[in-house]
Write a protein that binds this ligand. Structure first.
Ligand code: AMP
Ligand code: MG
Length: 335
């Protein structure tokens, strides 16, 4: 969808004056506010019903803005080199970096932490909006806390609607899962949330990262994306490994989401369903990128369809598969 420069300019003015603007990024839609406006930040938490212990990601659109929110000089030299390499190779892109915070960033944006999460999104609308406003926009995903992430402007409209001042409709998002969150503030870089940038890509640039918390489910999370229940639909969701999925008997009231065409076809042969009302496939050919793009979209569709339960097949664990499985395991109500 083409958005006029005028529409983006008006939205930027709204941000500067303290209003909330939902906008497309390459991962999911964000609910944006000027990071230096505490009243606007308060509204983000209220509209999303987001607990205040869950810090926000600050979105920038040039490297100068980074200096204004993160205290790069206080990083160890080796971490500074890693930041330089990652920002050069992977920004703009679906990678959020945790860095020491500047005092100017309101504590509300970082949940009182000494660190701040920063990302440079790879989306022309997001970049233009950020550049035309204050240059640093706090933006969590534009959904009620804990619910499926929005990959279309319609999802934002349906879920948050009138509570958002402006929704910029940039069409469907490309990557479909949120950014990878990587903590650079301590010695060994640590993945706090798997996402749109695979661990393999990060390690090819900066060497080994601590992956022990990726996909971890923590009681007291370092990053609320680690909460046990998150990214969830309203209907119950069960997660199945490929072998188990094929053995599931067809029930007309249930929804089925297969990873690829091959396992769906094997299930059809084994179970001979009478109709295909609520049967979806993340990627016909098993493309991980396509599966990630379709994930929240198809979950939204199944969730709205009225099926009694959504049964989902796990993705293979490699590349973006770990981000897909991470979201699915947090969306699952039963195993
Ligand atoms: P979202 O709400 O979908 O934008 O996700 C933001 C993610 O970034 C959440 O998992 C946050 O917990 C995480 N995050 C933001 N700031 C920090 C921080 N300073 N330290 C660790 N995680 C953070
Ligand atoms: Mg979110």
């Amino acid at each position: 969808m083409l958005l006029s420069d005028d529409a983006i300019g008006r939205a930027a003015e709204a941000l500067v004056s303290g209003l909330l603007v939902a906008f497309p990024t390459e991962t999911v839609y964000g609910l944006g506010a000027d990071v230096f406006n505490v009243a606007a930040l308060e509204r983000i938490f209220a509209v999303k019903r987001r607990p205040r212990f869950d810090p926000l990601i600050i979105h920038i659109a040039d490297m100068d803005a980074l200096e204004g929110i993160a205290d790069i000089s206080s990083l160890e030299p080796v971490s500074r080199e890693k930041l330089a390499a990652l920002s050069r190779c992977l920004w703009p892109g679906p990678l959020t970096l945790i860095l020491p915070k500047r005092p100017a960033v309101p504590d509300l944006a970082t949940a009182g932490l000494a660190t701040v999460a920063v990302r440079f999104p790879d989306h022309p609308v997001a970049q233009k909006l950020i550049r035309l406003s204050t240059g640093a926009i706090a933006a969590p995903s534009a959904n009620p806390f804990g619910y499926l992430s929005p990959t279309r402007a319609e999802h934002v409209q349906e879920q948050l609607g009138a509570q958002v001042d402006i929704i910029l409709d940039g069409g469907r998002t490309g990557i479909g899962v949120e950014s990878t969150v990587l903590d650079l503030s301590t010695g060994l870089p640590r993945i706090l949330r798997p996402g749109g940038t695979s661990r393999e890509r990060i390690e090819a640039i900066i060497g080994p990262v601590d992956n022990s918390e990726q996909g971890g489910i923590l009681e007291a999370p370092h990053s609320p994306g680690q909460l046990k229940s998150h990214y969830a639909p309203r209907s119950p969701l069960t997660l199945h490994c490929p072998g188990d999925m094929i053995a599931l008997p067809y029930r007309a009231s249930e929804g089925y989401l297969f990873f690829d065409g091959k396992s769906r076809d094997a299930w059809y042969t084994a179970q001979e369903p009478r109709d295909a009302r609520w049967i979806r496939t993340l990627s016909e050919t098993g493309s991980m990128a396509e599966a990630a793009t379709n994930l929240f979209d198809q979950l939204h569709e199944l969730d709205k369809s009225g099926c009694s339960i959504i049964r989902v097949e796990q993705a293979p664990e490699d590349g973006l598969g770990s981000a897909i499985n991470d979201r699915l395991s947090r969306a699952a109500t039963m195993y």
